[in-house]
Design a protein around this ligand. Structure first.
Ligand code: SF4
Length: 348
């Protein structure tokens, strides 16, 4: 407990001097903090900045988010991945607007009840926007904390997260809750970093850190062993008729549900087999312009994709046919297929 208090004091003294200037730190508007926290899950800060600005330019208020068309929403999210996060944002915005009179909830339980918001995000919004004593315990915080304490609990276990959250909550200082949450995040992102050696020499907690004392940082945090990813082969057909390209929507359920994609089939086909499929789709393929291979890595699966770029004579009904400009403006194409768009643009 005493040590936890010392940690808090050291972090609060350190943070104001070392905080990065980030667009979502300009105010405590819960919409802004919430949006940034959801975007930052699985995505680097640098990449999120532009998304964040563009999103708020188009949807400046929760009311705007509550009524946005799904296709437009997915387009704004294109490239960030985990598209259900965007759908849940809209769902939660609808709850705030329709059921809560437009007032964002200001209790931990109220925030947690919104779609797509878990313990971490509720803790972050609660502490940053409403000065609640609710720590936001994510991978960064778990790494810092287990190193400080040389705590060998498995951080993939919910019980470990809960325990650390409770220990931190006891020392969350009223009046500075938001600053402490952000200081912990900042330390994990910039000093006690996830990849490579921690920068202990510039760490404000170096005197308090057991891992630093024993040079044992490599042993923490303790995690489950990673399962290897399943590999799936796919053949992608980039069908081009005049200056239009065939796209289709993915099914409503499953990976990348509801996003747009180029037509594709399971397995690695030869050129001839790909042309035969295009014929079966009644696209009347003419000429193979090129092929291009790309591997996309999801958390549990890898797609090893080979794309054949075929010119065709018929815009068959099976697909939507769009120009590249239309694709860029309106078609939400996930990162798994974006490299094929890039090749298309470069070959124009
Ligand atoms: S002293 Fe080193 S290992 Fe300990 S919290 Fe700081 S950066 Fe991490």
């Amino acid at each position: 407990m005493e040590k936890n208090k010392q940690i808090v004091d050291a972090l609060l003294a350190w943070y104001p001097e070392h905080a990065r200037d980030l667009p979502w730190r300009k105010d405590r508007n819960p919409y802004h903090v919430w949006l940034s926290e959801i975007m930052l899950q699985q995505t680097r800060v640098e990449a999120v900045k532009e998304y964040y600005k563009r999103f708020l330019k188009e949807l400046p208020t929760i009311e705007d988010l509550a009524v946005v068309e799904e296709d437009r929403l997915l387009k704004l999210w294109e490239g960030l991945g985990y598209y259900n996060r965007a759908r849940n944002l809209k769902k939660a915005a609808m709850t705030v607007v329709d059921e809560l009179d437009g007032q964002f909830p200001d209790t931990y339980e109220g925030i947690l009840a919104l779609a797509g918001i878990g313990d971490y995000t509720a803790g972050a919004i609660g502490s940053i926007c409403f000065d609640l004593q609710t720590p936001a315990v994510d991978g960064n915080v778990l790494r810092v904390y287990t190193r400080l304490m040389e705590d060998a609990s498995n951080i993939d276990k919910q019980s470990t997260k809960k325990q650390i959250r409770e220990q931190l909550a006891e020392v969350y200082p009223k009046g500075h809750c938001g600053m402490l949450t952000q200081a912990l995040m900042e330390l994990g992102a910039t000093v006690c970093v996830p990849n490579g050696a921690p920068k202990c020499d510039v760490c404000p907690l170096q005197e308090l850190c057991m891992a630093r004392q024993h040079d044992s940082w490599q042993q923490y945090p303790v995690r489950d062993e990673k399962k290897s990813r399943r590999i799936e082969e796919k053949t992608v057909l980039v069908l081009q008729c005049d200056n239009r390209i065939a796209v289709r929507k993915r099914p409503k359920k499953g990976l990348l549900s509801g996003m747009w994609e180029f037509p594709n089939v399971e397995g690695r086909l030869t050129e001839q087999q790909a042309a035969d499929i295009a014929t079966k789709w009644k696209a009347a393929p003419e000429h193979l312009k090129m092929n291009y291979s790309y591997t996309h890595i999801f958390s549990h699966v890898e797609w090893h994709m080979t794309a054949y770029y075929l010119t065709c004579r018929t815009m068959c009904e099976e697909f939507q046919w769009v120009t590249i400009d239309e694709m860029e403006a309106d078609v939400a194409m996930p990162s798994a297929f974006r490299p094929f768009v890039q090749v298309l643009k470069e070959s124009k």
